[in-house]
Design a protein around this ligand. Structure first.
Ligand code: F3S
Length: 391
């Protein structure tokens, strides 16, 4: 790989140990994937923040990097293992909380913005069309590439941190225009109504094409919330990091010859398959983290009522602050529902605490079953609120 003089100095350690280690990670990846050079990134989002995933080895790595590492570009974090302010209310134990606190302290020392969210685009980490970025959370990667039109590979936690500390990434994969072209057309012959239908569509397409890039036709319109849900779902079920939807997403693509149709019956069966016949004891919203519109809707539906089940509304903390300012948070919290900022029901260590999750997120269904062994009920937001209010 051709490195500039400046990059060589970084690799030699002239800018300190954390930059040196970061350059070693980035150049090693570049060599593996045949990159010819490094490019500048403007935004980073780091996953692997939960102490449950990092463990002590991960914490040690971060502490070492924090000795002399400082971010060169805007960098935010993916959800952590707990709400950093409200962890006791969500039933997190003290020992875990201490370790999670140390993880966040290490990131803070590196000047990472310690807002932990999988929707960085809602809190000001929102690159424009064509910018090269280094994001890690799979749903945000699919959203960033497809909806915003920025360019990122799906980074691991260490490689995203390395990009944050150097402002660089290796030019391969989805940073190159030739790798961003659709390989299969998906003709959708179905009526899509709301976030759950888009989640089901992501599951159906993801399972059919795995990580091929699709050009999806037949989708008439889609809200940000529906695209957020679709991005999470297609990334979860297919490993897809970039998709095109004709008339909706901004990237140009060649039109491939392979075609696959998606029928209404497939969307309906995907939805049915995500529903177990089981008694719900946890209702969760905000996977990916809820938008202001979703928070407002939940507040309207819960106003003046009392929930009968454990209810989590997972959001980025800055959006909760707006919800407080607008009275939405009061309506939600007065009903007995709880906010889960900085975290979510998938990354928080809640295995064994609940039996059946009701959610409007197809991604949540996947992890609730696979990671936490929960049964699942997959319904739209209004129905999930109904379930929360029922005895
Ligand atoms: Fe975000 Fe957690 Fe879902 S990280 S995408 S809310 S699984």
């Amino acid at each position: 790989m051709n490195l500039t003089k400046e990059e060589n100095k970084m690799l030699e350690g002239k800018q300190g140990n954390a930059v040196k280690k970061s350059m070693e990670i980035i150049t090693a990846l570049g060599d593996i994937y045949g990159a010819k050079r490094l490019i500048d990134v403007t935004s980073v989002q780091i996953a692997g923040v939960s102490y449950a995933n990092l463990g002590d080895a991960g914490l040690e790595f971060l502490a070492e990097m924090a000795k002399d590492g400082k971010t060169k570009v805007l960098t935010t974090l993916n959800p952590a293992g707990m709400d950093m302010e409200n962890w006791e209310v969500l039933g997190i134990d003290k020992e875990f909380a201490e370790k999670q606190g140390k993880v966040i302290d290490a990131f803070k020392a590196m000047d990472v913005i310690t807002t932990c969210t999988c929707t960085p685009y809602f809190i000001g980490n929102a690159p424009r069309f064509g910018e090269h970025i280094a994001w890690s959370e799979s749903s945000a990667v699919a959203f960033g590439n497809s909806v915003l039109g920025a360019k990122t590979n799906r980074e691991g936690g260490p490689s995203a941190l390395a990009s944050a500390l150097t402002g660089k990434t290796a030019e391969y994969g989805l940073h190159l225009e030739e790798n961003r072209q659709a390989k299969v057309i998906i003709d959708v012959n179905a009526v899509l109504l709301g976030v759950t239908d888009f989640g089901a569509l992501g599951k159906v397409i993801g399972e059919k094409i795995k990580n091929k890039i699709p050009l999806i036709r037949g989708v008439k319109e889609a809200s940000i919330e529906e695209l957020k849900s679709f991005s999470a779902s297609i990334a979860t079920y297919g490993g897809t990091a970039l998709y095109h939807i004709e008339g909706i997403t901004p990237n140009r693509t060649e039109v491939p010859s392979e075609k696959i149709a998606v029928k209404q019956s497939e969307i309906d069966s995907a939805k049915a398959e995500m529903n177990d016949d089981s008694e719900v004891d946890l209702v969760s919203f905000g996977c990916p983290h809820a938008s202001l519109r979703e928070i407002r809707k939940i507040a309207e539906l819960l106003e003046g009522k009392k929930v009968k089940k454990e209810v989590w509304v997972c959001v980025a903390r800055p959006l909760k602050r707006i919800a407080e300012q607008m009275g939405y948070a009061k309506a939600i919290e007065d009903s007995g529902a709880k906010f889960a900022c900085d975290t979510c029901m998938v990354v928080a260590p809640i295995k064994g605490r609940f039996k059946c999750l009701a959610t409007d997120s197809a991604k949540s269904v996947y992890y609730a079953r696979g990671k936490n062994n929960f049964k699942t009920v997959f319904k739209n937001l209004e129905d999930c609120v109904e379930i929360a209010l029922r005895e």
